[in-house]
Ligand binder design. Structure first.
Ligand code: AR6
Length: 170
């Protein structure tokens, strides 16, 4: 099942939430800062033992004080006009997070809109890539619930449109 909702990902009661991190995995602003604040200092302590993560890859930790059991950390690409393979790297983020969630027996996963904040990836392109990658994964894993948690109505609008476009012909 795929749902697009408006909300704060730190409040989601799912098996895993995804963190739009940076390659250090040592925290930052945006959703990363919100997740670390809500999870508590134990999350940063575990992240220090992981030694970072490459753009497009993903690593999993416990969720500590969050309602979610796990946090899956993925550094999205920084938008550079599309010249640095940003679209493929963004797709890799969604694929690798979903693969890690399935490997860890997660029945439900919540995503933020990776790279469309501080990393400035255009929302229209990002939402199409995210929705397409998630729908492809769900064809192979129909029992997993994936939630796209949009922090504002503009983001919600783009993801809703992307879903409509891609399910129109089904
Ligand atoms: N719940 C859901 N979505 C949120 C929340 C929240 N609590 N807070 C923000 N968003 P961003 P990026 C939305 O900037 O572009 C950090 O410093 C936000 O409105 O968090 O991948 C990292 O350490 C936007 O729609 O992530 C990296 O250095 C989306 O989450 C860098 O930012 C992503 O915005 C990553 O930048």
């Amino acid at each position: 099942m795929f749902r697009i909702v408006l909300g704060d990902i730190t409040k989601e009661t799912v098996d895993a939430i995804v963190n739009a991190a940076n390659t250090s995995l040592l925290g930052g602003g945006g959703v990363d800062g919100a997740i670390h604040r809500a999870a508590g200092p134990e999350l940063l302590a575990e992240c220090r033992t992981i030694h970072g993560c490459k753009t497009g890859q993903a690593k999993i930790t416990k969720g500590y004080r969050l309602p979610a059991k796990y946090v899956i950390h993925t550094p999205g690409p920084i938008w550079n006009g599309g010249t640095r393979d940003e679209e493929r790297l963004l797709r890799n983020c969604y694929e690798n997070c979903l693969r890690l969630a399935a490997e860890n027996d997660c029945q439900s996963v919540a995503f933020p809109s990776i790279s469309t904040g501080i990393y400035r990836f255009p929302l229209e392109k990002a939402s199409r890539i995210a929705v397409r990658t998630i729908l492809e994964f769900l064809e192979a894993h129909p029992d997993i619930e994936v939630r796209m948690v949009c922090f504002d109505r503009e983001t919600l609008g783009y993801y809703g449109t992307a879903l409509k476009e891609q399910t129109e012909f089904l």
